[in-house]
Design a protein around this ligand. Sequence first.
Ligand SMILES: [Zn+2]
Length: 214
Amino acid sequence: MDKTDGVKKKSLSSRRFILRKNVAKFSLYNIPLKTLPLGTSTFEYVLDRKFFEAIDGEEVRKGNVSVTVNVKRTSSMFEFNFDVNGVVQVPCTRCLDDMNQEINTRNRLVVKFGKEYSEESDEIVIIPEEEGAINIAWFLYEFIALAIPIKHVHPAGECNRVVSSKFRKHRAVSPDDEEEDDEETIEEDFVNEEESQSHDPRWDALKGLDLEEN
Ligand SMILES: [Zn+2]
């Protein structure tokens, strides 16, 4: 979880090219540009578990997200406005169990015709005129992945207790501590531990344990 935003974006963008080679699977997300009338056209999608499984991204495997795409065609370009709302299930950054993450994001993309496919910036894409269409499946995935906060955790008290209690054992609490360090305290310790991580061997032990469970 030490990726910076910049790094994350870069690796995501490169995936667009990979996806473009496999667009048949995502023909529903093909927007035909050549035949689009001047003015605004609207496209609606619901991205469900099937979509996330097919797209096979690293960050999100499950979810239910509604997307409205307004495409405004002018004489020189296509302006896409995406309204993306729903919920995805992603591993909690504290306990690694799945949690619901709400997604509400708006994104913009400008598409122009040109000689060959290129991305002039995060918001401007050139599509070969003879291709005449853009597949937005990966863009939709990317908008969702980028809308997930780097640190996303269960509401207080809802993290996986098994992990919390194993963690407590690692801390070698004295036996008569038994019942029950109230959970709030445990979680606070947990968070502090996470933030001050560095090279505490107890933290490494916990990492190993997380891997086994996935
Ligand atoms: Zn959690």
